[in-house]
Design a protein around this ligand. Structure first.
Ligand SMILES: Cc1cc2nc3c(=O)[nH]c(=O)nc-3n(C[C@H](O)[C@H](O)[C@H](O)COP(=O)(O)OP(=O)(O)OC[C@H]3O[C@@H](n4cnc5c(N)ncnc54)[C@H](O)[C@@H]3O)c2cc1C
Length: 504
């Protein structure tokens, strides 16, 4: 329950109510029901920043349709698919944990947060078609993607996603499809998990509470927390702190002053969507359709046309359009976020990355300034008959990409997710945003394994974890034995049944 924060010290303090804190909190409490866990959220509602349904694409990233995970060809000319396989495996674990939460009655009505939606990759032009064909050959060699269909037949694509074909000029096209894709409302999931956590003994969450500082104390950390409504400041001691503050994580880690943060910087990239809620159009598209990146677009700005299930209704989302911003958070962020994150230990890294990424900066500025007509032209690459009046522009979440010291040398922006943990394992934070929420259970398992080895080490804990995430510790990436494959499929089916993802 959201309760009045008293003066109790806690075992675990979670900063932020997004999908990362929600999953870490529930995982730890499930492993050790005796843990005292408290969560602080600065806004007046749970999970309304990046994890909020309208602020992200809600794709259950499984590597199926996102061509940005497989951009390269090997020396033999074939598209390399290892990253897609890795992401599929991570999402599999995440689904298994959520299925466990449903089975145990921790959360109800999975249809509120996860729904089956076919995942489609769609390309046009001979070069792109050749790429997709090679990708499909590589993908279907792995049991994860054995069911992936491929076609260059416009009529088949029309059956899969008619909006892609109607009105399209004659050109080579191709698509792959897997029916077993998902749309996820990560915000709704977070709210369900945090409400469960708040009902457990020794646990609570507090809205309208901003963590403003972190200082070391003998047995861990002392948090300074500002109660925004009550206008008071409180202190809380915690043996372990998880900074799951999204864009707010970097400034908090800098305040904590752990040496591991030296050299890290943040590079915010804002986003926008075109949204269509017109029932006759929404009803004609039931898929998440990903294409290839246009020109200088960063990987996270690869366009896609998405079926969404949000707040009990269906909608179409197209984008994201990237945008230049200096804010780290959508709600309550400040244009000073980027300037004030520049410190003596990271300015050089940021400068080198800035210089090395001028085309990216130019792209972001141009994207932010483009007219509705230009945005519609991009949409029409996917949906040629799109009409301006059917779509409106909304803001998406901000991704604060982590920049590391070594990235400065290479001059690159790091698009992955980074878990930064202090050497004494008393504080851990998540930086970066990709592939993000879909692999949150894999990420929080990493945090739990590093920082709570005693929780995961014993026989009982291992059995508990196996019940929650049966494939944890099993190498699914290189499974080849038919018995292993059959076993994996049983686990996968069981998770899908619990989450209501199976047909019929
Ligand atoms: C445009 C876009 C599209 C995306 N698409 C996808 C997708 O399709 N699939 C996918 O898997 N992932 C996607 N992601 C990534 C995904 O949204 C994020 O990885 C994920 O939501 C991050 O969750 P989080 O818990 O770390 O942060 P958040 O959800 O941002 O939560 C952080 C919370 O911390 C709070 N907070 C911040 N500072 C403080 C403080 N000082 N004190 C207290 N509270 C604080 C914030 O208010 C917020 O509620 C997308 C992201 C964006 C921006």
């Amino acid at each position: 329950m959201q309760s009045d924060p008293g003066n109790q010290d806690v075992d675990v303090a979670l900063i932020g109510s997004g999908v990362m804190s929600a999953n870490l909190g529930t995982l730890l409490k499930s492993l050790d029901p005796g843990l005292r866990i408290e969560l602080f959220e600065v806004t007046g509602e749970l999970a309304r920043e990046s994890s909020n349904g309208w602020n992200n694409a809600g794709t259950g990233h499984a590597g199926i349709c996102e061509l940005s995970y497989t951009p390269d060809r090997g020396e033999d000319g074939r598209v390399k698919v290892a990253k897609a396989i890795e992401i599929f495996e991570q999402f599999e674990k995440t689904k298994q944990f959520w299925a466990h939460a449903v089975r145990e009655g921790m959360i109800d009505q999975p249809g509120d947060f996860i729904n089956p939606v076919p995942h489609v990759s769609f390309v046009y032009g001979r070069e792109q078609v050749d790429f997709l064909k090679s990708r499909h050959e590589g993908m279907t060699a792995h049991p994860f993607f054995a069911d992936m269909e491929y076609t260059e037949d416009r009529e088949v694509i029309r059956q899969w996603a008619p909006l892609l074909i109607d009105g399209r000029e004659d050109m080579p096209v191709a698509a792959t499809r897997m029916k077993a894709g998902t749309d996820v409302d990560f915000g709704e999931l977070s709210r369900k998990l945090i409400h469960w956590l708040g009902r457990q003994d020794g646990c609570a969450f507090h809205l309208g509470h901003r963590v403003t500082d972190l200082n070391r104390c003998p047995d861990g950390w002392e948090l300074t927390v500002r109660d925004l409504e009550g206008g008071r400041t409180l202190k809380r001691k915690a043996s372990f702190v998880f900074i799951g503050a999204g864009g707010g994580s970097l400034p908090l880690l800098q305040k904590a002053g752990v040496p591991e943060i030296r050299g890290y910087g943040g590079f915010p990239i804002g986003g926008q969507w075109l949204v269509c809620e017109k029932p006759e159009i929404v009803a004609r598209h039931e898929a998440k359709v990903y294409g290839l990146s246009p020109g200088a677009a960063p990987t996270m700005a690869v366009p896609h046309l998405d079926s969404r299930f949000l707040e009990g209704r269906k909608a179409l989302l197209f984008g994201p359009y990237a945008a230049w911003t200096t804010k780290f958070l959508h709600r309550g962020g400040s244009f000073w976020d980027l300037p004030s994150s520049i410190k003596p230990h990271n300015w050089l890294t940021l400068l080198k990355v800035g210089i090395g990424n001028l085309p990216l900066v130019g792209y972001l500025v141009q994207q932010g300034l483009q007219s509705m007509n230009t945005r519609l032209e991009e949409l029409r690459n996917f949906y040629p008959d799109a009409k301006a009046g059917d779509w409106k522009l909304i803001d998406a979440g901000i991704r604060v990409q982590a920049i590391k010291k070594e990235d400065g040398d290479a001059g690159i922006v790091h698009f992955g997710t980074e878990v930064v943990t202090s050497s004494d394992k008393s504080v851990s934070a998540l930086l970066g945003a990709s592939p993000g929420a879909s692999v949150c259970v894999d990420i929080v398992l990493e945090v739990a394994e590093k920082c709570f080895p005693e929780l995961l080490g014993g026989k009982i804990a291992r059995e508990k974890l196996e019940a929650m995430i049966p494939t944890h510790g099993i190498d699914l990436v290189s499974m080849a034995d038919p018995g292993e494959i059959e076993q994996y499929r049983k686990w996968s089916r069981s998770a899908e049944e619990a989450l209501g993802l199976t047909e019929g």
